[in-house]
Write a protein that binds this ligand. Structure first.
Ligand code: UTP
Length: 470
């Protein structure tokens, strides 16, 4: 197809006052012109304009928070209740052994805070093994499938900035032993960002700045890539969803799957009891009969600090972005246009100035538009939440040192602490300050570890040196 002319593109951009993106047109070669024209054609400028104009108000979120309660929840006490736990575990085990469960990992973020020069999934996070986040996740899925003698198809979502390198890496690593026929790598879409006046930003003279459209982009990406159709064809009924940056995700946990299935829930979300009223996690609430999430940045402080009579936090449930979806629900939502709204995020974006030179802003200068997967909750029937102790299931890699939280060192320590605890629950002593890591293929959870250790009369009673059990 011929590249549209400068006049045609100007006419397209003029109504939205975006013609500045053509200011270097004459300096571009034919292929750069074609690239820029294709970008412009792919944008919905009306939508972008509407998004820029619409501003969320704190009062809206305050009103919502005031009438919110915490939705139906399976709490740690339920997990401790053996009868209910066993029933849930058996129900989840049946789903897993029947091949009715898939795993989705979202890995399309740019990991800008971590400042790692590759897709975040390639980050070496194993405290002893230095295995990457990808390897740990993939082994978790393989281990769970082996545990139940079934297949768990894996869908990894990337984005244009992470796609090629992820494929190259996983191919080179032979998918860490995962059957490539059971893995699909799908790429999410992008959205342009705008500056404080609603203007598009140029990343290069012939390229408009775009970024991944948020983890909520998974909905469309799963549909468009054929992943949903693939799940259906395989008879998958539930998709377990986790983020690549949290290696503690209890991948396809049978009890969690069981509680979800027993509740007839279309979407189940794992939450933690917030350790601070202002903890930076989405707040899972119930309002107007619907389960929904109020992002921490939207929740007014006074609502966040409200307590019950016993002093506990009223809105206690923090989302950790671990969800289980019924695939039918995903399917239904992917057919509904605009089933997920866009959120605004203020970020620093380097751009090309009017003199053609790069401008590196000191302050946030851009508004990015992102969809969040948790916004599917209000549309789900019988949505429930399940509490997890963060020590068992939540520690995400976000920041580079010297940050005081969510750095690789914090996450490595959390993995080692968890695995040390598993061993001590099995009666194995671990010397103080000893790094421990258990490969998911050795034991995917404490229950499996117990079975393994009980069956091995030679397993040491005490571990005194850094150990990777594999
Ligand atoms: P974050 O929003 O924390 O982003 O994503 P990030 O890329 O990890 O880090 P920053 O904010 O740039 O520093 C949480 C999870 O959602 C995925 C990320 O890969 C991560 O697993 N994600 C985020 C996507 O898959 N796509 C997106 O567009 C955004």
């Amino acid at each position: 197809m011929a590249t549209p002319s400068l006049e045609q593109l100007t006419a397209q951009l003029e109504p939205f006052k975006q013609t500045h993106v053509l200011q270097f047109w004459d300096q571009l070669d034919a292929s750069q012109q074609a690239q820029l024209a294709a970008q412009i054609e792919s944008f919905d400028l009306q939508q972008l304009n509407d998004l820029y104009q619409s501003k969320d108000t704190q009062s809206h979120w305050g009103e919502l928070a005031a009438k919110s309660t915490v939705p139906p929840a399976i709490t740690l006490a339920d997990f401790a209740d053996e009868a209910s736990f066993e029933a849930a575990y058996q129900s989840g085990a049946e789903l897993l052994s029947g091949g009715k469960v898939a795993m989705i990992i979202v890995a399309g973020g740019q990991g800008s805070r971590l400042g790692f020069d590759h897709p975040k999934g390639m980050y070496p996070i194993g405290p002893v093994s230095s295995n990457s986040l990808f390897q740990i996740f993939i082994e978790k899925v393989m281990a769970r499938a082996q545990q139940f003698g079934s297949t768990i198809p894996l869908y990894i979502m990337t984005s244009p900035p992470t796609h090629e390198e992820t494929i190259e890496y996983l191919t080179q690593e032979n998918y860490f032993g995962f059957n490539p026929d059971d893995v699909m790598i799908l790429c999410q879409g992008v959205m342009p960002a705008v500056d404080g006046e609603g203007k598009l930003l140029l990343e290069e003279k012939g390229k408009i700045f775009v970024s991944p459209d948020g983890h909520g982009g998974a909905l469309l990406a799963l549909e468009k890539s054929g992943a949903l159709a693939d799940m259906k064809q395989r008879g998958v009924e539930h998709a377990f969803y986790g983020q690549i940056d949290n290696p503690l995700v209890q991948v396809c946990d049978p009890a969690l799957l069981g509680y979800h299935a027993q509740s007839g829930s279309e979407m189940t979300s794992q939450v933690v009891r917030k350790n601070d009223p202002l903890q930076k996690v989405g707040n899972v609430v119930s309002a107007d009969g619907k389960v929904q999430v109020i992002e921490y940045s939207d929740l007014p402080e006074q609502n966040a600090r409200e307590t019950n009579e016993d002093g506990s936090l009223r809105l206690w449930a923090g989302s950790i972005a671990v969800h289980i979806f019924k695939t039918d629900f995903f399917d239904r939502m992917s057919q509904t246009a605009d089933s997920l709204p866009f959120h605004r995020a203020h970020k620093k974006v380097t751009f090309v100035g009017t003199d053609g030179q790069p401008v590196k802003p000191e302050q946030n200068n851009a508004v990015k538009f992102e969809k969040f997967i948790f916004d599917l909750l209000p549309s789900a029937q019988n949505a429930i939440i399940c509490e997890v102790d963060p020590a068992d299931g939540f520690n995400a890699v976000k920041n580079a040192p010297p940050a005081t939280a969510e750095t690789p060192d914090h996450v490595k320590a959390a993995i080692s602490d968890l695995h040390t605890r598993w061993l001590s629950e099995c009666g194995v002593e671990v010397a103080t300050d000893t790094q421990i890591e258990i490969s998911p293929l050795f034991a995917p959870d404490s229950r499996a570890l117990k079975q393994k250790i009980d069956a091995d009369s030679n397993f040491p009673a005490k571990i005194t040196a850094e150990t990777y059990l594999q």
